[in-house]
Design a protein around this ligand. Structure first.
Ligand SMILES: Cc1cc2ncn([C@H]3O[C@H](COP(=O)(O)O)[C@@H](O)[C@H]3O)c2cc1C
Ligand SMILES: O=C(O)c1cccnc1
Length: 349
């Protein structure tokens, strides 16, 4: 099965290439390590691509789009019809991230993994929306695996088409509820600590959201040692699709750029399925959702941007791409100490 094969195919990033990349950075005529995380990111890319001759190739964003049955419980400010409207706008440069994609030269590949509405976007759905997780498990284990496999296949297809870096994104009204539920179980943490207002809620709405998540966890008893069980019982198809993107990137030696809270939670599920996925994650920003930092810490990645963003769609992931490209340009084009004939800079200690 593609899911098992992919999990088994993941190897750690290449240490030799990473050492060579650090050597290159340390030979460049500038104060040592002065580009900070930009240097770390290029080294990380060297490990992922297994060469110190790092080049990104074409950039892609995969926003996974789906609906979440739990919206029936009043956990969101808008109705689920908004999912399809924003998702379809990805195709017309009319959603926030699509505009950022245009500006950064990133190609966007939205995938419908379970919206309740059919649209013009590529569709691979196992159901029209998940079940209401307050009442019953969101999906079956089989549906979770099938949706993860959709994500894996999309990465394989983009790799074959010459894409070298994949930014993750999502659109799915209600998916901060599912993300908070997964975070509460996997971190683990109190539901109150990891639940925020998402795309906007009143204080009463936030209390309802917390109560619904608590009830679902108490009812279905998702097993924190079995990430697939957690994903299936209290997750969503959008998150499952992203889990597939992370697994697919790791197995195919591609960097996966983590966006905000929802993408971060999906990355956490992927890392719990196979800890080696961690080496293939590229951080972007830290979400303003209350658990933003907790998810970054659990993933052992440190965001490059702190912009107080909490939009989703992949906006943070796309925003960091030009920053990474700037670091890479210096790494590739800058003269070395040898070139300009000055003694290598000696750090003070
Ligand atoms: C118009 C609109 C555009 C969006 N673009 C991303 N999201 C973000 O908000 C949703 C999650 O928040 P919640 O759990 O509160 O529904 C996701 O679709 C996420 O991508 C949006 C939300 C709205 C309303
Ligand atoms: O950080 C995110 O991903 C996020 C937060 C709130 C709403 N939508 C997305």
């Amino acid at each position: 099965m593609l899911y098992d094969e992919t999990l088994a195919a993941i190897v750690p990033p290449d240490e030799t290439a990473m050492e060579a990349a650090w050597k290159r950075w340390d030979s460049i005529a500038k104060p040592l390590r002065s580009l900070g995380k930009l240097e770390e990111m290029v080294v990380r890319l060297a490990g992922i691509y297994r060469t110190d001759r790092v080049s990104l190739g074409k950039k892609a964003l995969i926003p996974m789009c789906a609906d979440n049955g739990v919206v029936a419980e009043g956990v969101t400010q808008t109705g689920q019809e908004v999912t399809a409207i924003v998702a379809e706008n990805f195709l017309h440069e009319k959603s926030s991230v699509a505009i950022m994609c245009r500006e950064t030269g990133t190609d966007i590949f939205p995938v419908d993994v379970g919206m309740v509405t059919d649209t013009a976007i590529e569709t691979h759905k196992v159901a029209y929306g998940t079940k209401n997780l307050r009442v019953e498990p969101a999906m079956t284990r089989e549906e979770a695996i099938a949706t993860i496999e959709t994500g894996i296949r999309k990465v394989q297809e983009l790799k074959a088409a010459g894409y070298g870096i994949i930014a993750t994104g999502e659109m799915g009204i209600g998916n901060t509820t599912t993300s908070s539920a997964i975070a509460a179980v996997l971190l683990p943490a109190e539901v109150e600590t990891v639940t925020g207002k998402g795309a906007g809620l009143t204080s009463a709405g936030l209390q309802t959201k917390i109560d619904v998540i608590k009830e679902a966890i108490a009812k279905h008893q998702p097993d924190p040692k079995d990430p697939l069980d957690v994903l299936a019982k209290v997750g969503g198809f959008d998150i499952a699709g992203l889990v597939g993107v992370y697994l697919g990137c790791a197995a195919n030696h591609l960097p996966a750029v983590v966006d905000g809270f929802i993408s971060g939670v999906a990355a956490l599920v992927a890392v719990r399925l196979n800890p080696l996925v961690q080496g293939y994650l590229i951080p972007s920003h830290v979400s303003k959702e209350p658990a933003g930092h907790m998810i970054m810490d659990a993933l052992r990645i440190s965001p490059l941007l702190t912009c107080d963003m909490c939009l989703g769609e992949g906006t943070g992931a796309v925003a960091v791409l030009p920053v990474i490209e700037l670091g890479l340009s210096v790494y590739t084009c800058m003269s070395t100490f040898d070139d300009i004939e000055i003694d290598a800079y000696q750090p003070l200690n």
